[in-house]
Design a protein around this ligand. Structure first.
Ligand code: HEM
Ligand SMILES: *[C@@H]1O[C@H](CO)[C@@H](O)[C@H](O)[C@H]1NC(C)=O
Ligand SMILES: *[C@@H]1O[C@H](CO)[C@@H](O)[C@H](O)[C@H]1NC(C)=O
Ligand SMILES: *[C@@H]1O[C@H](CO)[C@@H](O)[C@H](O)[C@H]1NC(C)=O
Ligand SMILES: *[C@@H]1O[C@H](CO)[C@@H](O)[C@H](O)[C@H]1NC(C)=O
Ligand SMILES: *[C@@H]1O[C@H](CO)[C@@H](O)[C@H](O)[C@H]1NC(C)=O
Ligand SMILES: *[C@@H]1O[C@H](CO)[C@@H](O)[C@H](O)[C@H]1NC(C)=O
Length: 249
């Protein structure tokens, strides 16, 4: 689609053009667009709010999209890049394929932002803003979003498969995956709280429940004394506390 092509193109422009004066270590700052696109946050929020009227789950999907893009090469929007002669898309990595949502919404946001502030706001910043605004729009926590990221010209599917945690990982593996990103166990526990919204495929966590997919009857493992250890393990191995389920069909 034209919009995504435009998106990638503009990210390339940003990389070489507008942001060139800043060194790669430049500090990010929430006021980065104060002069060049002061209203960027409202523009992003309006698109997300509109989409979420017909697709509430999108708020969760945009939070996850930010997580999945940041764990691979940093928060550089590399997840948006499609396969080309030189790029193997991260979108087809195991944790993403048939699972990642919201790329179309990012296109909508980018188009809306471009119409007000052409060639100014990076796709990486849009993803970061979209995650925070999705959280606040669903009455979740808010935070100041440091801005001024640059988009990548490369993606790395291998790294996506290596870095993104899997639902069957042990606690040690989860801790290691987060440590690789400079995140500690407190961060792991706090960020796992994102699983209080959104949906997951039953097949990914049924092994930690009893017969759930087959009987459509969630056993109260979180309430029974004998199974508290299993419950605790489940929470850490795949902390899908309140996630609804979607059929695997
Ligand atoms: C700690 C390691 C993590 C593991 C193993 C994990 C695993 C998963 C899995 C397997 C799903 C379901 C995917 C599907 O069925 O298509 C999921 C969904 C989700 N994850 Fe995680 N995740 C982790 C951490 C995080 C973090 C750090 C965030 C964000 C801060 C996050 C946000 C979400 C959200 C919002 C959903 C629902 C997405 C939607 O409905 O589209 N997860 N996660
Ligand atoms: C990426 O792939 C999607 C889905 O096939 C397509 O709609 C979009 O136009 C592609 N974007 C680019 C930049 O090639
Ligand atoms: C940027 O704008 C915000 C909101 O208007 C304001 O709170 C902040 O002080 C501004 N920052 C700078 C550095 O101008
Ligand atoms: C900022 O954007 C919002 C939503 O698009 C709009 O209602 C408002 O008028 C805009 N403000 C300025 C100063 O452009
Ligand atoms: C809001 O979403 C509807 C579809 O759900 C779309 O037709 C409309 O153009 C959108 N409006 C804006 C301002 O994005
Ligand atoms: C992707 O990441 C892997 C693992 O770190 C690395 O060996 C490889 O060179 C990277 N590939 C590209 C295309 O950057
Ligand atoms: C994780 O790091 C934060 C500071 O970034 C610190 O407050 C917290 O105590 C650390 N947690 C652990 C388990 O080390």
């Amino acid at each position: 689609m034209k919009s995504l092509a435009t998106t990638s193109f503009l990210c390339a422009l940003l990389l070489f053009g507008v942001l060139l004066p800043f060194s790669s270590n430049a500090q990010l700052d929430p006021s980065f667009y104060n002069n060049t696109c002061p209203n960027v946050s409202s523009i992003v929020r309006d698109v997300i709010r509109n989409v979420s009227k017909t697709d509430t789950r999108m708020l969760a999907s945009l939070v996850r999209l930010h997580f999945h893009e940041c764990f691979v090469q940093g928060c550089d929007a590399s997840v948006l890049l499609n396969t080309t002669d030189t790029i193997v898309t991260e979108q087809d990595a195991f944790p993403n394929i048939n699972s990642l949502r919201g790329l179309d919404v990012v296109n909508k946001i980018k188009t809306a932002v471009e119409s007000v502030c052409p060639n100014t706001v990076s796709c990486a910043d849009i993803l970061a803003l979209a995650a925070e605004l999705s959280s606040t729009l669903s009455q979740g926590p808010d935070w100041k979003v440091p801005l001024g990221r640059r988009g990548s010209l490369t993606a790395n599917q291998t790294l996506a498969n290596q870095n993104l945690p899997a639902p069957f990982n042990s606690l040690d593996q989860l801790k290691a995956a987060f440590a690789k990103q400079g995140l500690n166990t407190t961060d792991l526990v706090a960020l796992s709280g994102a699983h209080t919204f959104g949906k997951a495929h039953c097949s990914l966590f049924v092994s930690q429940l009893y017969n759930f997919c087959n009987t459509n009857n969630l056993h109260p493992i979180h309430l029974t004394t004998t199974n508290q250890f299993l419950s605790f393990r489940s929470v850490f191995r795949l902390p899908l506390t309140n996630l609804l389920t979607i059929s695997n069909a």
